[in-house]
Design a protein around this ligand. Structure first.
Ligand code: PRP
Length: 192
């Protein structure tokens, strides 16, 4: 496959400037909400897609001490939509006892990954003090299970998105904007 982001994308759907606006807005909301907490805020980035959003967002949270951690979950299915089977491939590595958890995702699509992660974390022992979710993007038209998104950037239409952490065939994650991949670049058995 020839790699040329400039011609592989149909359009930019979220510009760098809009991403920055959303990251600042979300950072302000989170900063305000956790300003009076005594416990650490454990920011959990969902690998790999949330890596870039995570690193931008945590730099905008200014009112409480932050601990970093990362999880990775993969879903397995027929490739056209997220399947029901979610496997946690990387678990938390820090102490979450009585800590506030903020799960940071690039996108909530069917909701199946986040629902599974939330159920898993709610049954952890020892328990966190609270669990909230921050997602840069949501595709409501693709939702199969409801999940709470406490801090949401933007709702987006059901298109194949790449950039700012999101990939096609493991590439394009480093694009500084979010674009729609041209249909001719991907085959039909894709998830996003
Ligand atoms: C993407 C995204 C979410 C998940 C959302 O991850 O980062 O974790 O899909 O989909 P869902 O709401 O339908 O469950 P993906 O599995 O593509 O892996 P990645 O983060 O490594 O890109």
């Amino acid at each position: 496959m020839q790699y040329n982001p400039a011609t592989d994308i149909e359009k930019i759907i979220v510009s760098e400037a809009e991403i920055e606006t959303q990251v600042k807005r979300l950072g302000k909301m989170i900063s305000a909400d956790y300003a009076d907490t005594d416990a650490d805020l454990v920011c959990v980035g969902m690998l790999n897609g949330a890596a870039i959003f995570f690193s931008d967002l945590v730099r905008r949270i200014e009112t409480c001490p932050i601990v970093f951690d990362f999880m990775r979950a993969s879903s397995y299915g027929d490739g056209t939509v997220s399947s029901e089977r979610v496997v946690i491939e990387r678990d938390l590595s820090v102490d979450i006892n009585e800590k506030h958890l903020l799960l940071i995702e690039d996108i909530v699509d069917s909701g199946i990954t986040m629902k599974h992660i939330l159920e898993y974390l709610r049954h952890k022992n020892p328990r966190p003090a609270s669990i909230k979710v921050c997602a840069l993007l949501s595709k409501p038209s693709r939702r199969r299970v409801e999940v709470p998104i406490d801090y949401l950037g933007l709702e987006v239409p059901d298109e194949f998105l790449i950039g700012y952490g999101m990939d096609y065939a493991k590439k394009y994650r480093n694009l500084p904007y979010i674009g729609v991949l041209k249909r001719e670049i991907y085959d039909e058995n894709v998830k996003r």
